[in-house]
Design a protein around this ligand. Structure first.
Ligand code: NAP
Length: 244
């Protein structure tokens, strides 16, 4: 379904990002993984994707908070693969604590990675999407932005910003046949949420954590032609956690 298309997935070497890489590869997409650094994990994922799904995969060292690094990465991906059709802005971090004790550096780090990183990569791909007259931007938001989770002032604000950016991107690029949607996961079992199960599982109506694959299945729909008329939306995937 995605043969001949290249997906650029930020923070793609582990967690939700890695699951998205594998799912999109299983549908035929070539995979460009943007990771803070190339390491054993990213090498292993590249190998797994290429051998299991017969598509191309390559890792690019890129800190998404660095606008120049994002531009350089997109340039390299275009040179290597010839197109960027799917952009998954997945890289994200948390630095949780109450507002009272939140350090300025921790506020800035989260905003710079989650929000500015999403902007940087979107901007770096923008001209390519316009020229191609087709593209799929998938931004990882969070139910934290919808709920205003205590202890996550930086994270919730960054993800609320990602939702706003999703809507702006969707409007600006709609006439070029480029869609942009946000996924708002609830509690997904990854390194990011390790040790927090007791705090959250009881609040989830489905009484279980989500898996990275749950999120990847939704990303696959948003990356596919089946969602071509869907843009500017925020889709929760949270076992009911943020039902309003
Ligand atoms: P994770 O397991 O902690 O993985 C985060 C990934 O982001 C890692 O690959 C990390 O790279 C990468 N990354 C961090 N800072 C980066 C930067 N400046 N530049 C490039 N890559 C960077 O997290 P996850 O749970 O998979 O989360 C993925 C996304 O889903 C995030 O945006 C997160 O906010 C969102 N989300 C997660 C949950 C959840 O419950 N897990 C819920 C809602 C939303 P390294 O491997 O090099 O550190």
């Amino acid at each position: 379904m995605l043969n001949g298309r290249t997906a650029l997935v930020t923070g793609g070497a582990r967690g939700i990002g890695a699951a998205i890489c594998k799912k999109l590869a299983s549908l035929g997409a070539d995979i460009a993984i943007a990771a803070l650094e190339r390491n054993e994990q990213s090498d292993a994922l590249e190998q797994e994707i290429m051998s299991q799904y017969g598509v191309r995969a390559k890792t690019y060292a890129c800190d998404v908070s660095d606008a120049d690094a994002c531009k350089e990465t997109v340039k390299q991906v275009l040179a290597d693969f010839g197109n960027v059709t799917i952009l998954v802005n997945n890289a994200g971090i948390t630095r949780d604590t109450l507002i009272l004790s939140m350090k300025e550096a921790d506020f800035d780090a989260v905003l710079n990675t989650n929000l500015k990183g999403t902007f940087n990569m979107t901007q770096a791909c923008y001209r390519t999407f316009m020229k191609q007259k087709y593209g799929k931007v998938i931004n990882l938001a969070s139910v934290s932005a919808l709920l205003g989770t205590a202890g996550q002032a930086n994270y919730a604000a960054s993800k609320a910003g990602v939702i706003a950016l999703t809507k702006v991107t969707a409007r600006e690029l709609a006439s070029r046949n480029v869609t942009c949607n946000a996924i708002a996961p609830g509690f997904i079992a990854t390194d990011m949420t390790k040790g927090l199960e007791d705090q959250y599982i009881g609040q989830i109506p489905m009484k279980r954590a989500g898996t990275p694959e749950d999120v990847a299945n939704l990303a696959a729909f948003l990356a596919s032609p089946e969602s071509d008329y869907l843009t500017g939306t925020v889709i929760r995937i949270d076992g009911g956690l943020a039902i309003s």
